[in-house]
Write a protein that binds this ligand. Structure first.
Ligand SMILES: [Zn+2]
Length: 449
């Protein structure tokens, strides 16, 4: 009688006949310099920053006329500028702090009851290679209570979005002393709550200037690990990314099968692989959606400008704590208060972000890839542009129903290759790898005729 083991092997053998053998996908290289930097991210620093932000009472976009230096959105803005200037001292002149300011006209249909000055704080860490792409880590520093137009009463915004502003500052603090090829922007946007206005203005400005933005890692509501069911979930973070870029032609998606391979999806896969590899006590949960139902975020401003972008958000939200006047009603505490924050969890999210951000800015840019579709064939020919600093390329693949890359093949320092797997059955991507093992996000091939 055959043993269970030989039975299992026989079953496995039959399966292997049907599905081509896989090579393992190598884990992203853990760079010792990056690992040392992200280890400096401190839950105490995050707590101190968030406490300072909450202490401004309200950071509503409509509190901009407050003349009290301790209250309102522009008092918080001055604090953020000051913090970034302190961080800039370790940059040797490479980190510059700027305001992105404009006047939004009154438009009641767009939740703007009166004209208002909108002003985002943007710190830019110049890369060593002026031709390399730009990468963004973003947050919004405005807050709101139950009334979106209320600039008077408290809107503490500890989690939405003091959590992410604290994470952006902390990532800036630990990464600024390092050198990167690409330019990194640390952004704290205004007027997210009114309609993504601050990020929209900034992303459109980058688009108009033809800046090559190859990723926005947006963080919004990332600081609470206990959800509305009282269960603590501090082992993962959700990563939302749009399924299809704007302007997608549905018939073409049906032909190419690219419904899970938008540039934002590839960025999300990259962020998960990299964040997971740094083993900060967190795994990424990929969601192929732009955002949660009824909600949006600043990454969508980057998507609208044609840039890849994603959103990190905590595992399970407590809606009584978001966009609420601080009050107790029938024994229930409402309001976005510091007491619900888990700064150890937030530190993990900040480390996860900083690992992905640093790797993006160190790695070669994502290759632009084509797949040869001129003839019927059961193999696949891919071609791509040479990526600066790449010493070799990897062809990754997965079955069309699989979420993440399941096989990888080192194809050497070439810009085209034919692999013995059918383009009809597999999804392919090409990653550029530098001498230190930094890998780019995968470039998804477009059909070439
Ligand atoms: Zn928010």
């Amino acid at each position: 009688m055959p043993s269970y083991r030989s039975l299992a092997l026989a079953v496995l053998g039959a399966f292997t006949l049907a599905v081509p053998a896989r090579a393992d996908v190598p884990a992203p290289a853990v760079d010792p310099t990056v690992a040392a930097a992200i280890a400096r991210i401190s839950a105490d620093e995050l707590r101190t920053t968030d406490e300072r932000l909450v202490a401004f009472g309200t950071r509503s976009t409509f509190s901009e006329k407050s003349t009290d230096p301790k209250r309102g959105v522009f008092a918080a803005r001055a604090y953020l500028v000051d913090r970034f200037r302190q961080i800039a001292r370790s940059s040797g002149g490479r980190l510059t702090v700027a305001l992105d300011t404009y006047t939004q006209p009154a438009d009641p249909a767009k939740r703007v009851p009166r004209e208002v000055v909108i002003s985002s704080v943007v710190a830019t860490l110049k890369g060593d290679d002026p031709a390399a792409p730009m990468y963004v880590m973003s947050s919004h520093y405005d807050s709101r209570n139950s009334d979106n137009d209320d600039g008077e009463h408290d809107a503490p915004g500890a989690d939405d979005n003091g959590s992410a502003v604290s994470a952006v500052l902390e990532a800036a603090r630990v990464l600024t002393p390092l050198h990167f090829h690409g330019t990194i922007v640390f952004a704290c946007f205004d007027a997210e709550e009114q309609g993504l206005f601050g990020s929209g203005h900034f992303a459109q400005t980058l688009k108009a200037a033809n800046v090559d933005v190859e990723g926005d890692l947006n963080n919004d509501i990332v600081g609470a690990s206990v959800g509305d069911d009282g269960v603590k979930r501090d082992g993962y973070v959700r990563i939302f990314s749009e399924a299809l870029p704007p302007g997608t032609v549905p018939a073409r998606v049906n032909t190419i099968g690219s419904q899970n391979d938008s540039p934002s999806n590839e960025l999300a896969r990259f962020a998960k692989e990299t964040g997971d590899a740094y083993a900060v006590g967190l795994t990424g949960m990929l969601v192929w959606r732009a955002d949660r139902f009824l909600r949006g975020g600043d990454h969508e401003s980057f998507n609208a400008a044609g840039f890849p972008a994603l959103r990190f958000v905590e595992p399970r939200e407590t809606f009584n704590h978001q966009h609420q006047n601080v009050r107790v009603e029938n024994g229930t505490q409402y309001g976005d208060l510091l007491q619900y924050m888990d700064f150890d969890y937030l530190a993990k999210v900040a480390r996860y972000n900083a690992a992905a951000l640093a790797t993006l800015a160190l790695a070669p840019p994502t290759p632009k890839v084509g797949v040869d579709t001129r003839a019927l064939a059961n193999d696949t020919t891919l071609q791509w542009n040479a990526s600066p600093r790449a010493v070799r390329y990897e062809v990754v693949r997965r079955l069309t129903t699989e979420p993440t890359w399941t096989a990888a093949q080192d194809v050497g320092n070439v810009t085209h290759v034919t692999v013995p797997y059918s383009k009809d059955d597999w999804q392919f991507g090409v990653r550029a790898v530098d001498a230190d093992g930094h890998r780019s996000p995968a470039g998804f091939p477009t059909p070439v005729r």
